[in-house]
Design a protein around this ligand. Structure first.
Ligand code: PLP
Length: 828
């Protein structure tokens, strides 16, 4: 559906400068996602960490002519052929437009909220119902103040069911989402601690969420969630209810749940009918999610549409429920390919998101892009039209090579105007052809409906050699970055410390992510690390903390800025810079204010001024010092002494050399505990990895070290496990073997019961000594099998506690994860 820009201008009110006609069918809030400039309307959103107005010029240069702004900046004047709608609040305008769009349609809409399971319930409902309805749903977990309007905007005339999720983090947000979604049927999944920061109690948050259902006709919930039940009863909501739970008063009564092997079988009763179904999951959350889905299904079919219940259909579809891929994973593959596997569903909206993600990866690395795409199974659209739309999207995304898999896409291949294209009737014939070997040094996006089993392709393309991985959640990293940024004044700059392979997480990916999110400076330990970042396209200024004299040429070659901590280093560097013909080369002067590691001391200041004052070879870019105990209140007096001394040295230097430069002293814990000393810049390190000196609950886990069980064996009481016969068994035991040893960074001190790993939701202790490449754990009675995943540290297993158990700190555990452990990056 399209709207003329005039129509939108009228709708939003406010002032407008309408200088071009135009029809709008796409809304854009992230400038990096631009594909079709002609019919795009850009909303310049402002947040604590970014401002969309900054990207208007760039978008204009890329052909966008329609903008919604709140601040008409003088630069916009020169864009004579662009239209600007000027409103007070651009986010509100976006929401207003989406709400208007929603009002055109009378389709039933399922609105889902709650603390956990929203996305899975939504995706499973779509898996269960897509044969019967032409559904439109939120892509991935687009459930925020921005995600919801963008989701609802996708509704078109063909849809006859909408499924949208709503998430909130503070009061007042849900009403805005309610106006946009206007659900007919509400699903309240459950209520838990997630996003609790801005609510005084669970009850308060629950009440707030229920406002999503103010005008709904039906509300589905589980009676056994006491808080939810209490809040609904007190809420005064007018909607009718559909309740499930163990109580016999429930509309859908659960009679029993049996978990055997990898399958749960659920028996329940609806009216006089008994329903028995199985799902291929055994965790409690999946069982709960399936019951929310079943309730919704029953309500839609039997109560709203008045049809008989089809028990066989329920059982046959429930059995096939698939795990929901919550994220796009990037893995290194053979022949230097980057493989992005998004093979859990294929519809045009999620294709759009996956292409956008692939495009950014390819642009960063200047690689070509190949799309492996299956038939798109989407009811309700004529194939000709559907593939014409897909072809358009794929072309505009700059795909260099298309591999179509399936009979339908094979027929439609001529619609794609792409340099290289070929097609195969099935996944097997593609794999059998060996053509996948032709993929070299490119980004490969795998996007297929689940019955095409693209995981077979990804296994072929990925280098599966070592089953231990360090997962790095880049979205969480950005979240933590923004948390620290929110503690600072707007103009304070941030140096992100990406030394030591970015605390083990991989400097290149982390640096790229930070560069995207407007970090101001990077710091590495040695020149080689900085050179690598430059070769990978990092353009931010980079400081080198340990510039050895034999690496000076590398500094000049790659524009790396040295830390200068002594007279001998300073003199040597100036000499080298003169030889290299440099002038005003930026340096960073390190002060020793009490750490007694490196740096000039207070009495050195006069001599330092003497050297720096009358020369133009180097220029002081910043002066800094490092706190020895910023994380601990016990050292606060000492910390204040350090701060005073630093300030004195900085003033002396500035007065002496007569120009100003940046000052910085705070590390991560300093930012949290002494924000009043942020000066011009701060240096953020461990905090990016969710370690907080004040135990802030706002941090998100970034790194997860995981491995896979190689083998499980039964060993009798009295036998021993491992080297030196240290692991003596007191009972008959089941021992699982993990491909993870001290050479991977699993410290030998975790041996003999000290370390515990998380497996099947329980903690299993290490048995015996840890070997170089392997460790054994006791999994007696835990139903562990070959191929199961074990978490060493991460979301389920706090790294600080783990570090404590062997008397070290998280820094060491992170940086010890050896380079042979594969890093897997993802965004949520
Ligand atoms: C590593 C380092 C930091 C970062 O410290 P965190 O405690 O990880 O935040 C800051 N400054 C200097 C000089 C460092 O070497």
């Amino acid at each position: 559906m399209t709207y003329s820009i005039f129509h939108i201008a009228q709708l939003l009110g406010g002032k407008s400068l309408l200088r071009t006609e135009g029809n709008i069918s796409r809304l854009l809030t992230d400038s990096r996602s631009l594909i079709f400039p002609d019919d795009t309307l850009f909303f310049a959103l402002r947040s604590a960490s970014n401002d969309g107005h900054r990207y208007v010029r760039d978008l204009y240069n890329h052909g966008v002519r329609h903008f919604v702004v709140s601040d008409f900046q003088s630069d916009f004047d020169s864009m004579q052929d662009a239209s600007f709608l000027i409103v007070n609040d651009t986010l509100q305008a976006l929401q207003q437009l989406a709400a208007f769009h929603r009002n055109h349609f009378s389709l039933p809409v399922i609105g889902i909220t709650g603390s956990n399971g929203k996305t899975i319930v939504k995706e499973w409902l779509s898996q269960l119902l897509h044969n019967d309805y032409n559904t439109v749903r939120s892509p991935r977990s687009y459930n925020s103040q921005i995600g919801v309007p963008l989701s609802v905007w996708q509704i078109n005339e063909q849809n006859n069911l909408g499924i949208f999720e709503a998430g909130i983090s503070k009061k007042g947000e849900i009403e805005r989402l309610e106006h946009i979604i206007r659900p007919t049927v509400g699903v309240m999944t459950n209520i838990g601690q997630a996003h609790q920061e801005n609510f005084s109690s669970l009850i308060e948050k629950c009440r707030e969420k229920l406002l999503l259902f103010t005008d709904a006709q039906w509300l589905i919930s589980c009676k056994d969630h006491a808080v939810v039940e209490k809040c609904i009863l007190e809420s005064g909501l007018r909607c009718r209810r559909f309740i499930w739970g163990y109580d016999q008063l429930c509309d859908l009564q659960v009679l029993g749940i049996d978990k055997i092997g990898k399958v749960s079988t659920i028996t329940c009763k609806f009216g006089n009918e008994t329903i028995i179904y199985s799902i291929p999951f055994t965790d409690d959350a999946s069982v709960e999610n399936s019951l929310h889905c079943l309730s919704t299904w029953i309500l839609l079919e039997t109560v709203i549409e008045n049809k008989p219940l089809n028990m066989q259909l329920i059982a046959s579809r429930m059995k096939l429920l698939e795990p929901v891929a919550m994220r796009l994973e990037v893995k290194e593959g053979r022949n230097d390919c980057l493989v992005i596997n998004d093979s859990y569903n294929a519809d045009i909206n999620s294709l759009n998101i996956a292409l956008d993600f692939a495009r950014r990866q390819a642009a960063d690395k200047q690689m070509n892009m190949t799309l492996v795409l299956s038939d798109i199974l989407q009811s309700g659209e004529v194939a000709e039209k559907l593939y014409a739309n897909i072809a358009n999207l794929v072309q505009e995304s700059g795909i260099n090579r298309l591999i179509g898999i399936g009979t339908e896409i094979s027929k439609q291949l001529d619609k794609f105007n792409i340099p290289q294209k070929e097609s195969f009737n099935s996944t097997e014939s593609f794999l059998g052809s060996g053509r996948w070997k032709a993929l070299k040094n490119e980004v490969v996006l795998l996007k297929g409906s689940r019955n095409f089993h693209f995981e077979q392709i990804s296994e072929q393309l990925e280098n599966i050699t070592h089953q231990t991985t360090l997962e790095v959640n880049l979205s969480a990293l950005v979240h933590n970055f923004n948390y620290f940024r929110s503690k600072l004044r707007h103009e304070t700059k941030i140096v992100c410390m990406v030394k030591a392979f970015a605390y083990g997480s991989g400097s290149v990916e982390v640096a790229k992510t930070l560069q995207h999110h407007r970090c101001d400076y990077l710091a590495v330990a040695v020149a080689d690390e900085g050179a690598e970042l430059r070769r990978e396209g990092i353009t931010l200024p980079i400081m080198v903390m340990n510039p050895e004299p034999n690496s000076f040429n590398l500094l000049f070659e790659y524009q790396l800025e040295p830390e200068i901590y002594s007279f001998s280093l300073l003199n040597a560097f100036i000499k080298a810079a003169v030889r290299h013909g440099e002038s005003h080369y930026p340096i960073h002067v390190k002060i020793d204010s009490g750490m007694h590691r490196l740096g000039f001391e207070k009495p050195d200041m006069d001599e330092l001024v003497g050297i720096l004052k009358d020369q133009e070879t180097v220029q002081v870019q910043s002066i800094f010092s490092h706190l020895a105990g910023a994380d601990s209140p016990a050292f606060d007096d000492f910390t204040h002494q350090q701060l005073d001394l630093f300030k004195h040295c900085a003033d002396t230097l500035q007065n002496g050399i007569g120009y100003s430069f940046l000052r910085h002293i705070l590390n991560s814990s300093g930012i949290e505990r002494f924000p009043e000393y942020q000066f011009d810049m701060v240096r953020l390190g461990i905090g990016l990895y969710s370690i907080s000196a004040v135990n802030s609950p706002e941090m998100e886990t970034v790194c997860t070290l995981k491995t896979t069980v190689l083998q499980v064996r039964k060993v009798k009481a009295g036998e021993t496990v491992g080297y030196s016969r240290r692991g003596v068994l007191e009972h008959d035991s089941e021992i699982a073997v993990l491909p993870l040893g001290y050479a991977d960074g699993f410290d030998r001190r975790f041996g003999n019961g000290v370390g515990k790993v998380l497996i099947n939701g329980k903690l299993a202790p290490v048995v015996g000594n840890i070997c170089m490449d392997v460790a054994m754990i006791d999994v007696t009675g835990m139903d562990v099998h070959e191929g199961d995943t074990a978490e060493i540290f991460g979301k389920g297993r706090n790294i600080s506690e783990l570090a404590d158990s062997i008397g070290t700190i998280s820094y060491e555990l992170l940086t010890n994860v050896s380079r042979r452990v594969k890093r897997v990056y993802f965004q949520e």
